[in-house]
Write a protein that binds this ligand. Structure first.
Ligand code: ZN
Length: 148
């Protein structure tokens, strides 16, 4: 059986190579920009939120493999979800990359568990969290994301 760590790395590399939902939505209802000066990651998120549901989400920008794959997996995870479930997922993901994730508290993260290894790479935590912090900012309606 393959080493789970290798499997996780493969998912991250694959999403970095072929990011999902890459682009910009014209006529979006929500948007935000995020920037991680430590690594040089930057991204712009555009969303269509209707009746409390994320109907569509896309991202643009450039960054390291962790940042891009995190953004790519995030868009696939939250598309079609309610804003409430998405905010819970953001909390769960933040806990995951800090090594504080507890399925009983934060729920099932599905494929996002590939990022659990990031907790051992403190300089990469900001890269992994950037898309999620930017999403929170977009949903809060603030124009610019903080990078924590
Ligand atoms: Zn980065």
């Amino acid at each position: 059986m393959a080493d789970p760590r290798e499997l996780y790395q493969q998912v991250i590399l694959e999403h970095n190579k072929k990011p999902r939902n890459f682009g910009k939505i014209n006529g979006c209802t929500h948007q935000a920009e995020g920037h991680n000066p430590l690594c040089g990651d930057q991204l712009q998120l555009t969303l269509i939120v209707q009746e409390g549901i994320i109907e569509d989400i896309q991202f643009e920008g450039r960054g390291c493999a962790i940042d891009v794959s995190s953004a790519s997996l995030m868009t696939t995870a939250v598309k079609g979800k309610t804003v409430k479930d998405t905010l819970n997922l953001i909390q769960g993901f933040r806990a995951l990359v800090r090594g504080e994730w507890n399925p009983a508290t934060h729920g099932d993260l599905g494929k996002l568990v590939v990022f659990h290894g990031v907790k051992d790479l403190p300089v990469r935590v900001k890269c992994a969290v950037l898309p999620w912090a930017t999403l929170q900012s977009a949903l809060d309606g603030s124009p610019i994301a903080s990078t924590e």
